[in-house]
Write a protein that binds this ligand. Sequence first.
Ligand SMILES: [Zn+2]
Length: 255
Amino acid sequence: MPLFQYLRRKWIARKPFPDSWKKVLEQKVPVWRRLPSAYREVLQQHIPIIIAEKNFEGCAGLDLTEEMKVIITAYACVPILEETANYYEDLQAILVYPDSYVAPVMEYNEGGVVTEGFEPRSGEYWGTGNIVLAWSEIEKTLQGEASGQNLIYHEFSHLLDDRYGLTSGVSDEGEIMREDEWTRTLAKAYRKHLSNMRGNRRSVLDEYGATSPAEFFSVASEAFFESADELFREMPDLYRILKDFYGLDPISWKG
Ligand SMILES: [Zn+2]
């Protein structure tokens, strides 16, 4: 880490956490109320650093307020509560749209034919270190209307997957391409999810997780933080490897 960055973080850490931000956490961020007090402390150390170091941009006319930044950053910091040194160093910018937005897509078919089109998105992670979020989706989570979905956990877990290659050992059909316990357990849970969705069976995991192992990991991370008890009941082994990976046990978070 460059010396100036180290000193800047120390300088930020010495400043008191703004009262107005504390109020946002207490009044608007549901996970804040569940977090054990030690983790609330950690969150208050992380949030000012992320806000100072990352480039936040409101897009398509969105006036991105300080309150929105605090809310996004609070959720982004939950997965890294036990990983204090890094602060998503591979993340450059967080782009926020007011609503779901229409993104250009390109598909490469067999024979290399490119089909171009547009599709509505509520969020995206670009491998180049940018995360795109639709504010309207985040609001649903804040108001408890997202039935366990959380776009911020979803996109930030893509970033972690990309960095560590977490899902690179599993094929889209759920075959294992790497022999280790993490990959075996993840692949087994993914195959179970594929079969649940094909059989129209209820699951705590959103059906979007059946798209690919990468989407499965992000959907599972959402459930891990938002619906920990249900995920543990439905897929205890998946819960266990996520608990090991994040170093966190959200079942025990009762405030
Ligand atoms: Zn995704």
